[in-house]
Design a protein around this ligand. Structure first.
Ligand SMILES: NC(=O)c1ccc[n+]([C@@H]2O[C@H](COP(=O)([O-])OP(=O)(O)OC[C@H]3O[C@@H](n4cnc5c(N)ncnc54)[C@H](OP(=O)(O)O)[C@@H]3O)[C@@H](O)[C@H]2O)c1
Length: 401
């Protein structure tokens, strides 16, 4: 029925390719393209062996609009699922406009020279996508993605007015390495070394990195140290749900992880300023990425699970109410199914389900949309069906002030 091009053959691209292959009745033609063709070919071989479906592969450097346009001309997809790095978002969106292809991604654009996460660059495409009659779906991973859709479900079914939102993200997995990141190290370290930032009473408030800490209890996991950090979905959620008085994001970090991170920062290895090395300019963080474990290799020995959800307080029928919606995902289960670890799995499954919503026109529109603007119900039905079940609790202690 529909041809899809997936760009990016990392951990998340692998999961999306597997999941699209499992839904062959919708994704009738699947092309996986990336900078390094051999990685696409490896994933295609694994899918053929594990799922019994053949997918096509190709090579593209998505930093170049003309190369993406050539790729689209060759394969004629209806939709591109962008799972390369945030740096490629705008070139791929430009190619979509030139070629008449719908767009979906999991992370907002970041300029390579500045660690800054904002939707402004992609929201600026609104008129051009609208005029072209095309749909761009932004941030359809887990967070952003499912967390935003959980919030939309809360607004649709559980509250008349949402006032306080806390997104809580726990990875209680153990991969046995002294230090590794769960997705692209460069993007991950840029994210977690940022200042903390949250929304309160119409204003953004800033905190020094990892200085606001709270012990939070996660289902099936227990109590974990959770730190206030900035995460991109807060920007669109406070815009789309204006009754929110406060919106924050919490992520768990172990002491060992934070100690390594501090050392990496203190010795300048987290820097994105170019330095001269043996007569050549290099970016320290990009060099660090080259020596850290490949997140894609963590799966085999990864134990434990993730737990990510939304804790919300607000009003229903004139009464105060609390609500918690979450998913837990076991790393081993993800690996057995896709040979990828849980963080790639929790990102890839929603990206495939979002693509399915677009191709079946259960999500439609012209222009640029964040996922919470669509109907959450058909998405959440399929999310559970494809491996990420979710649970709800009402009127419990949210452990939040
Ligand atoms: N929303 C969420 O919940 C969430 C969570 C985790 C990750 N993410 C996002 O998901 C995306 C993928 O993450 P990942 O962990 O899979 O990263 P990854 O393992 O580093 O994979 C990135 C892939 O993109 C390819 N790529 C990089 N630059 C390219 C270019 N110019 N042209 C074509 N391909 C290019 C890489 O190719 P090479 O192999 O040649 O380097 C690699 O195959 C990232 O944008 C990340 O921020 C979102």
């Amino acid at each position: 029925m529909s041809k899809v091009v997936i760009i990016g053959a990392g951990g998340v691209g692998r999961v999306v390719a597997y999941k699209c292959a499992q839904a062959k009745e919708i994704f009738t033609d699947i092309v996986l393209a990336s900078r390094t063709a051999s990685k696409c070919e490896q994933i295609a071989r694994d899918i053929h062996q594990d799922v019994g479906v053949s997918i096509k592969t190709d090579q593209v450097d998505a930093d170049h609009v003309d190369q993406v346009v050539t790729l689209f001309k060759k394969h004629q997809p209806r939709l591109v699922i962008n799972l390369a790095l945030p740096y490629q978002d705008l070139t791929i969106m430009d190619a979509c406009l030139e070629s008449g292809v719908h767009y979906l991604d999991t992370a907002n654009y970041e300029p390579p020279e500045e660690a800054k996460f904002e939707y402004s660059w992609q929201w600026a495409y609104q008129d051009r996508f609208k005029e072209a009659g095309l749909l761009a779906v932004l941030g359809c991973g887990f967070d952003p993605g499912v967390t935003s859709i959980f919030t939309a479900r809360a607004a649709k079914h559980h509250f008349d007015e949402m006032h306080y939102l806390d997104i809580v993200d726990c990875n209680a997995g153990d991969h046995g390495k002294a230090f590794a990141t769960n997705f692209n190290p460069e993007i991950n370290i840029r994210e977690v070394t940022q200042k903390g930032k949250y929304y309160e009473n119409g204003k953004w408030r800033y905190t020094e990195p990892h200085t606001v800490k709270r012990m939070l209890d996660y289902p099936n996991i227990g109590s974990r140290a959770s730190y206030l950090i900035y995460h991109e979905e807060l920007e669109s959620l406070v815009k789309n749900f204006p009754t929110l008085k406060r919106a924050r994001f919490w992520m768990t970090f172990g002491d060992e992880y934070l100690t390594h991170l501090r050392v990496i920062q203190n010795i300048g290895m987290a820097s994105i300023e170019p330095v001269m090395f043996e007569g050549k300019e290099i970016i320290p963080l990009q060099f660090l990425k080259a020596v850290l474990p490949d997140p894609g290799s963590l799966g085999e020995n990864y134990d434990g699970e993730t737990s990510i959800g939304c804790r919300i307080r607000g009003l229903k029928d004139g009464k105060e109410k609390t609500y918690y919606i979450y998913n837990n995902c076991k790393h081993q289960q993800a690996f057995e199914e896709t040979r990828a670890q849980g963080v790639s799995f929790t990102t890839g499954v929603p990206a495939m389900v979002g693509a399915m919503m677009v191709l079946t026109e259960q999500w439609s529109g012209k222009g640029v949309f964040n996922v919470e603007e669509f109907d959450p119900d058909p998405f959440l039905d399929k999310l559970a069906h494809y491996g990420l079940s979710w649970h709800e609790m009402e009127n419990i202690n949210l452990e939040m002030d």
